[in-house]
Ligand binder design. Structure first.
Ligand code: FE2
Length: 379
């Protein structure tokens, strides 16, 4: 649930019609059967009208659990594919896939994830997210949260570098950030005003052959439709994709070092996504500004370093990923604590995924690995 949005034309009362000669086709797009967040979409055409359906093979990512910490350099991922087939899986498990995408081509194909919410972090570039419920212009530093079932396409991608989190569990604003009315509380890194829902443009008509790739994890189902999928006259409700930019977020800082949960941005049942933002360091006169050593025995910790100076880690640059596994302590490398003392601020931006389920590494990630990473704590 985000907040109520209403755009375009619709009958004054749900499940009724206004003009028998020009019926709108009402679709409920909802989570948790009829009990969760939902929106009511008013199509010009029947959304069930599909001319043909075929199955298309998909390369299924495989992940191998790790027993030591890993450093992966995604700057080496070559640009290729489009926003659908260009995803390069890096880390994941059955529930969660984290990929890097650097599309080299545009496509007219539409996309819908059949079984996963998607969270797209725009590391570089920008473009237009166009979905049934409208359009969102996006740029560097945006998160775009796309609920499963959202039919969309990405266009005008300008040398974009995207980090994509795909989850079978619903991704949402952390429950603890909401008051009993569903409004985002004070004391939280962002506010309702920072959230950008899609803006509905005029409905698209015209017959054609519109192909929608539906991702079912093991295969794509490709629907061909003769009516344009973006045919909404109006919609209202609480379930829709939205964007929020890290520059709008306010970091929480303390007198001494704050743990990662204060940087939480989104949550699911099995993992949380946090954002490390540019911030002032701790203001205790003897504060150690960087992290202490930690053994988090129930979580694996993924970090994607987007920009800035990553003071606590050696050998890290933009696009680096660290995977710190449970069962093994980690923390600052030799000399980092000494170098950090007296520093007043950081300009780093990094995306964290802390997972209660174990995270594995893909075959693709193995080719990007720095095999010397474990020894950086000994040098
Ligand atoms: Fe950590």
């Amino acid at each position: 649930m985000v907040f109520y949005v209403k755009q375009g034309k619709m009958p004054a009362t749900r499940h009724t019609y206004e003009n028998k000669g020009k019926l709108l086709r009402e679709e409920l797009l909802g989570e948790e059967s009829f009990e969760g967040s939902y929106s009511l979409l008013y199509h010009r055409n029947e959304p069930t009208r599909i001319k043909s359906i075929i199955e298309v093979e998909k390369k299924v990512p495989r992940f191998e659990f790790q027993k030591i910490h890993k450093l992966i350099d995604t700057a080496k991922v070559e640009r290729g594919g489009n926003y659908i087939n260009g995803r390069v899986p890096i880390v994941g498990n059955d529930n969660l896939i984290i990929s890097v995408s650097k599309p080299s081509s545009e496509t007219d194909l539409f996309f819908r994830h059949g079984v996963r919410d998607q969270l797209i972090f725009v590391h570089k570039g920008g473009g237009k997210f166009i979905c049934t419920q409208g359009e969102i212009d996006f740029g560097t530093g945006d998160y775009i949260l796309v609920p499963k079932g959202t039919l969309y396409k990405l266009q005008n991608l300008r040398n974009s570098v995207l980090l994509m989190v795909e989850s079978r569990d619903s991704i949402s604003i952390p429950q603890r950030y909401l008051n009993k009315y569903g409004q985002i509380k004070e004391g939280v890194p962002y506010y309702s005003r920072d959230i950008r829902p899609p803006i509905l443009k005029s409905a698209k008509y015209g017959k054609g052959n519109y192909e929608v790739y539906v991702d079912f994890d093991d295969k794509y189902i490709v629907e061909t439709r003769e009516d344009h999928p973006f045919d909404l006259e109006g919609w209202d409700g609480y379930l829709y994709p939205f964007a929020i930019n890290v520059r709008q977020m306010m970091p929480i800082v303390g007198k001494v070092h704050q743990p990662p949960p204060v940087h939480e941005t989104f949550s699911t049942k099995s993992f949380m996504v946090g954002t490390f933002l540019p911030r002032k360091f701790d203001f205790h006169e003897k504060a150690v500004p960087i992290s202490y050593y930690h053994s988090n025995v129930d979580t694996d910790e993924f970090l994607y370093y987007a920009s800035g100076n990553f003071m606590s880690r050696k050998g890290i640059s933009e696009g680096s990923i660290t995977l710190h596994v449970r069962g093994m302590v980690h923390g600052p490398q030799p000399g980092s604590i000494e170098r950090s003392i007296g520093k007043e601020s950081t300009d780093e931006i990094a995306v964290m995924v802390e997972s209660y389920d174990r995270l594995g590494m893909s075959q693709e990630a193995k080719t990007l690995e720095n095999k010397n990473y474990m020894m950086t704590w000994y040098e």
